[in-house]
Write a protein that binds this ligand. Sequence first.
Ligand SMILES: [Ca+2]
Ligand SMILES: [Ca+2]
Ligand SMILES: [Ca+2]
Length: 181
Amino acid sequence: MRSLGLLAIAAIVGSAAAGSFSETESNNTIASANDIGNFAYPGGSVLVSAALGDNDVDWFGFTLNDSASLSVFAAFSPAAGDGILQIVTAGGDVIAFDDDSGVGFMPSLQISNLAAGTYYIGFSGFGDAFSNSVDTDELFDGIGHSENFDYKLAVGFSIVPAPASVAMLGLGGLMATRRRR
Ligand SMILES: [Ca+2]
Ligand SMILES: [Ca+2]
Ligand SMILES: [Ca+2]
């Protein structure tokens, strides 16, 4: 699970445009999330540089213009930090949570077939929300942890052409054929 996540990031970073982003506080709510960009076919990646302070929570928003076949989120820290990660829909529903699947006590997540739309990444310290927060939809609020460390958050998307686009191309070809008659 762990090595698969890192390999997936390496594959995505190696094949598509990569960017970087520096966190801007305050980003402690979904409403004040930092926007880390829009992603379309064939995908892309962004490396976020950020810091988690006492009772801090960091929210980052992104938009998929096309559905992603694989989305990867992984956090790294030079310190012995204990981070936790949530992926949340625009409506505030928690669709993924992880605590320690990454390096050390850092979180890592992979999501297959994420539909086009806007989502939010929440990053906080261990103790903020319960590990069953996918069920309870308890959003990170920074309360309950005393973690304090710098970290990087690697986010990558592998996007294949949407079936609708392929159908449109086929329809366009059919119409062109008819016009030639
Ligand atoms: Ca922060
Ligand atoms: Ca914050
Ligand atoms: Ca953790």
